[in-house]
Design a protein around this ligand. Sequence first.
Ligand code: DQA
Length: 146
Amino acid sequence: MTASLVFVLNGPNLNRLGSREPEIYGSETLENVADLVSREADSLGLAVDFRQTNDEGELIGWIHEAVDRGADVVLNPAAFTHYSYAVRDACAMVTTSGAKLIEIHLSNPATREEFRHTSVVAGVATGTIAGFGSGSYLLALRALAR
Ligand code: DQA
């Protein structure tokens, strides 16, 4: 049986994890997170494609690719969470296609500045996991593997 494919996609500034506001995001780098994700995926029998971009258009292109390949998506939209209707519309294509999309965050945006309390993605996501650091990624994989 072929392992089911999951795109793990990361939005802007997440390539700076480790040095970016460590009091909020912790000291792990994105490379550390990718390693943890890869190990968890192996143990769950999932095939993972892990990517990061600072570019909205590139992220949308990857979401389209996930739809075309029938992949589930774990998405940390980063700041796009709060204002990108274009990312939201792309995410809606994932969930209306019958695949799953889990919105994740390292921090818990609900406890932070007011502008972070709105997610334009949440309404089209299968579910949301926030506040567990890199554990948010691993919990999302477990939810998809169930
Ligand atoms: C984030 C939360 C967002 O508000 C922020 O813009 C990020 C990271 C998180 O993972 O906690 O860049 O998505």
